[in-house]
Design a protein around this ligand. Sequence first.
Ligand SMILES: [Ca+2]
Ligand SMILES: [Ca+2]
Ligand SMILES: [Ca+2]
Length: 375
Amino acid sequence: MRTKRIFAIVLAAAALAAGCGKERPDRLDGTGTIVVAVTDTSGFFPGSVLGEPFFMDSVEVSVQSRTHMFTASRMTGETGVAVFEELASGTYSVFVRREVSVGPNKIVFTGFGDLGLSGEETVSDTILAKTVAVSNLMINEVFYAGSCASSYYFYDQYVELYNASNDTLYLDNVILTRQLGTIDPDMEIKDYVRAIYAFQLQGTGRQWPIAPGRYVVVAADAVNHRVYCANSPDLSKADYECFNAQGNDYDNLQVPNFESIIPGRTTDYLINLVHNAVVIATGEEYTIDENNYMFLPIYTVIDGVEYSANPAAAKELTVRVDAGFAGVGVTRYSATSVERREPGLDTNNSTFDFVNISPMTPGYFHGSPAWMRWR
Ligand SMILES: [Ca+2]
Ligand SMILES: [Ca+2]
Ligand SMILES: [Ca+2]
């Protein structure tokens, strides 16, 4: 038995439904075992001491294969341990989560680890669960899969942004991209990422505020897509839409535009239904080459999310922006989207940070009460 210790990065967040996956049948027969222990060293829990590992019970532990379709969840027992048996060989991501009420407030402890399993071995992992505050603008949800297979309807795509900070932020000059979907073997040593489409919200600097805790929707097209597909969202009240003046694009005059800024592109903001990456960047610096690819320096990247239905696909976005995939198992036209597990939870690993949700939730979070759901 080997043991490795993982100190995961984690965050504080509001207390909302976990959305953790239910167990799916594992088609691959396996003989491996994963033993996960969850500890806290903050001294938060009665009987624990600051700096010393305290084994946490009642923690939801989820494992998700990164090499085949498999998800399972268990709760840790009194010893702070959860055991997963009969697992096939492969690489697994492990997520842990426990929500604790403190008066009217809730604290969420989460942690994350990766491990490999081969044959009949038993792999043990100790995950430190933490709460960490964050303050940033981030991508909260990406809806890309489409909604109606019968009509191949996927023009209802959108990206939702979230202000996780305590301050009003400004979206002026923010660029939203579709990243280039090619595999670059040298990607990890380059100081930029490459986009095929780029749309910018041009502004004076304080023109487009986003209040703390607010979700905003950037639609491909701000229209009521339900007219065309019953499973689609009504995006006629989206906060923003993407508009390409060089293409045959619809412009809802009530909704301000992220405008295409690559001169050679005539396409609207459309992203792949299965595997792609989406980036938001400050817009302060970029170049465009002769092939109409945009090069965005990594220091300008605010957030990035790569999604892939296939967990074993090759990465297209550097691990410095996103270390894993959102959307594993999401099928085309399923009206399923990917959204953060907790508001503001951002470890730069979308395998951990995002869950699949259906239906999509434009303008609100999947745990929000009904009155907040204006769309
Ligand atoms: Ca559009
Ligand atoms: Ca418009
Ligand atoms: Ca949402």
